[in-house]
Design a protein around this ligand. Structure first.
Ligand code: KIV
Ligand code: ZN
Length: 509
């Protein structure tokens, strides 16, 4: 069976999603999960973008052992040097060079003629060869490039010995028929094209990113680029879980498959959603909360008689298990440990004790502790960050005819501080009180809240993004009370900012 290589760019194109800002530890955590998922090539970032990006790519390159680690680079020597610096610790590395080729980009962005584009790309590939044996070259905005010129660029890339030629539909403009045709034409017209791999990179501006990537496969693409949950610049990229499941479910049609460990998909999706703060819509294919839910009576009746009537993929395939073990306040450590194993976690004794204590506190407030609650407990502090700020207590006064006020007691760098403030609403009052207590001046650029599971007593999970000058950081908080969850998320983001400030100062020397 033909193998399709999977190139994951969650940490690069995915991180370009508005509001997403991952720190190095979060990137490493995601990369290790992508490795468990069996991703062939992980694009870890754009090392020349900033010293922080370079350090993050370096950390991912050193942590991951099985997948190839890729770094993005413009066709410039400084970028290539930065990519080398970031990737030299990897077991297996490759550089991803790009240069725009479309008439619009040549005229307005690059101000280059066609021959200058070819020459610049050629020089960059030759320079990169000093450091890298594997090079991917992307013709940015290939989708709107004249096919004859794109073939010329591909011929040059083949002659210069790249391993992969990527054909990005940078602005998500093409239809499946047009996009597939580009691959067909390159295969037919470019001499020596069989020596290299052709790659598809699609954006979802018109909702065609997945279907375009599938059209590329049907026309000879060897590699698909995309992200988990389809996150990415603007409307996002091809959702890799959709590609993997389309190939798996319709092997009869595509005759191709990936090497992904499908049972890791649900966990990967959840981790990325948590760390990026990008909520997966309920109706999202494969990983949405409703993807396996059957609501109508006719469908439910069919499912009870024979699952294949309405189910083309089983939830178990992507690692979702229906658990028979329901936990409540009488459950002991043994049942809790069994539950963790059931959910696929093997926690250390210390982590188990910590999670068990939190579970007991939650079970006192909530009758049934669901799998989602347990995952929220396990994942709340998934990536530990040093705590400069810590919430001790919080009191809120609210009435719809009075001005809300909040009183917070917190520890700031080891000393206890208590402050009170008013606000337009309860959350605003809490945030004003925290600002006073922390002494930090920040802007709140994003706030979102969702329930963990269903029911009136469900926990609330809050995600915030705070900005401070050029820096920004995300924070998460989970609690049975949404005001407490809001406070926790804000304080988590303050700790994230403190951490970023520190690494920024270190870089500045
Ligand atoms: O969409 C795009 O063109 C890109 C390139 C850098 C490959 O992300
Ligand atoms: Zn892109």
């Amino acid at each position: 069976m033909r193998k399709i290589y999977i190139f994951d760019t969650t940490l690069r194109d995915g991180e370009q999603s508005p509001g997403v800002n991952l720190n190095t530890r979060e990137k490493v955590e995601i990369a290790l999960q992508l490795e468990r998922l069996g991703i062939d090539r992980i694009e870890a970032g754009f090392p020349a973008a900033s010293p922080g990006d370079l350090a993050a790519v370096d950390a991912v390159a050193r942590a991951v052992k099985k997948s190839t680690i890729v770094g993005l680079s413009r066709s410039r020597t400084q970028d290539i040097d930065a990519a080398y610096e970031a990737l030299k610790g990897a077991e297996d590395a490759r550089i991803h060079l790009f240069l725009a080729t479309s008439p619009i980009h040549r005229k307005y962005k690059l101000k280059m003629e066609k021959d200058q584009v070819i020459e610049t790309a050629k020089e960059a590939i030759r320079y990169a060869k000093k450091y890298f044996s594997q090079i991917e070259f992307s013709a940015e905005d290939a989708g709107r490039t004249e096919i004859d010129f794109l073939s010329e660029v591909a011929s040059m890339a083949v002659r210069e010995g790249v391993s992969v030629f990527n054909v990005p539909d940078t602005v998500g403009y093409l239809t499946p028929y047009e996009y597939g045709n580009i691959f067909k034409t390159l295969k037919e017209n470019v001499e020596g094209i069989e020596k290299i791999q052709l790659s598809a990179h699609c954006h979802d501006d018109l909702g065609m990113a997945t279907v375009n990537a599938l059209a590329a496969i049907l026309n000879g693409a060897d590699q698909i680029e995309g992200t988990i949950n389809g996150i990415g610049e603007r409307a996002g990229n091809t959702a890799l879980e959709e590609i993997a499941l389309a190939l798996e479910t319709r092997q009869d049609y595509f005759g191709a498959k990936t090497s992904l460990v499908l049972s890791e998909i649900a966990r990967t999706s959840r981790l990325i959603s948590k760390l990026t703060g990008m909520v997966v819509p309920g109706n999202k294919a494969i990983v949405g909360a409703n993807a396996f839910a059957h609501e109508s009576g006719i469908h439910q009746d069919g499912m009870l008689k024979e699952k294949s009537t309405y189910e083309i993929i089983s939830p178990e395939t992507i690692g979702l298990k229906e658990s028979k073990l329901v936990l409540g306040k009488h459950s002991g450590r043994h049942a809790f440990r069994e539950k963790l194993l059931d959910l696929g976690y093997t926690a250390s004794e210390e982590r188990l004790n910590e999670a068990f204590a939190k579970f007991k506190t939650l079970a006192d407030k909530k009758k049934d502790v669901t799998d989602e609650d347990i995952l929220a407990i396990l994942e709340e502090k998934l990536v530990e960050r040093p705590e400069v700020f810590h919430l001790e207590t919080i009191y809120v006064t609210y009435g719809n005819e009075s001005v809300p006020s909040a009183k917070v007691r917190m520890t700031v760098a080891g000393s206890e501080v208590t402050e009170e403030a008013e606000g337009n609403g309860s959350v605003d009052a809490i945030y004003n009180a925290i600002d006073k207590a922390s002494g930090e001046e920040v802007t709140l650029s994003d706030y979102s809240i969702k329930s963990v599971g269903r029911g009136k007593d469900a926990q609330g999970e809050v995600h915030v993004v705070l900005g401070q000058g050029k820096l920004s950081a995300q924070g998460r908080g989970v609690s049975t009370d949404i005001l407490e969850a809001s406070a926790r998320a804000y304080i988590d983001a303050l700790n994230g900012l403190a951490e970023r400030r520190k690494s920024f100062e270190n870089v500045q020397g």
